[in-house]
Design a protein around this ligand. Structure first.
Ligand SMILES: Cc1cc2nc3c(=O)[nH]c(=O)nc-3n(C[C@H](O)[C@H](O)[C@H](O)COP(=O)(O)O)c2cc1C
Length: 201
């Protein structure tokens, strides 16, 4: 059966991480449940030129190829009737890429004010994988405390810190070095990076 993966894009800088994750997932027979926060939509426009209209055409313009057995289900941020809002929805992982400090705080305090918070809240209570790519710098003690609370509750805190030991040639390589780790944690095969110990040249 196809894996079911929830992807959320928040209004933090680095919406390219969400796009690159979708690119990697849509290339496979995976069912994707996508939520983009209202702030996330604005940053997608500002950083990546998304017009706010047909998201699939936008992805194709970004070079995304869609596998014939891939499914992309897109929900509004306030759609609490979406399947991932319920604990009875069995999925294989939720990734928030990038994750703003606001969404981080909401999840850490159990405030399910929109579908992203709710699906993350549900993932934690149902012990399903929840991976957050929090983006802010520097971090205040409040941010760090929220990350600690979530890590203690079972979430994986994966700051989008690209690796340089793979000799990246461009921004795309840097982004891929982060997304490769996300795919590793979702247990999805990929060729975005080599395992340390393999030849990298
Ligand atoms: C251009 C721009 C960049 C931003 N970058 C960040 C960021 O990197 N991290 C962050 O936590 N918030 C950032 N913000 C602020 C968030 O968009 C704001 O807190 C918003 O309420 C987050 O909402 P969301 O979590 O529902 O997406 C940025 C805002 C703008 C306009």
């Amino acid at each position: 059966m196809n894996k079911k993966i929830i992807v959320a894009i928040c209004g933090a800088s680095g919406s390219i991480y969400g796009i690159r994750l979708l690119k990697a997932l849509l290339n496979k027979p995976v069912n994707i449940y996508l939520f983009i926060s209202n702030a996330g939509l604005k940053i997608l426009e500002y950083e990546n030129g998304y017009s706010g209209k047909d998201f699939i055409s936008f992805l194709k313009d970004k070079g995304v190829a869609i596998h014939k057995d891939a499914n992309l289900n897109i929900y509004e941020q306030d759609d609490f009737f979406a399947p991932p809002a319920s604990g009875s929805f069995r999925h294989d992982g939720m990734v928030i890429a990038p994750c703003s400090m606001k969404t981080l705080a909401a999840i850490a305090s159990g405030v399910a004010d929109n579908l992203i918070h709710r699906a993350a809240d549900v993932s934690l209570k149902e012990k399903r994988p929840l991976i957050l790519l929090p983006r802010e710098t520097p971090l205040s003690a409040i941010h760090i405390k929220n990350m600690y609370k979530l890590a203690m509750s079972g979430a994986t805190i994966m700051p989008p810190s690209p690796s340089f030991y793979s000799n990246p040639k461009n921004i795309s390589d840097l982004v891929d070095s982060v997304i490769a780790r996300v795919l590793d944690h979702l247990k999805i095969e990929h060729d975005l990076s080599k395992e340390w110990g393999d030849s990298i040249v």
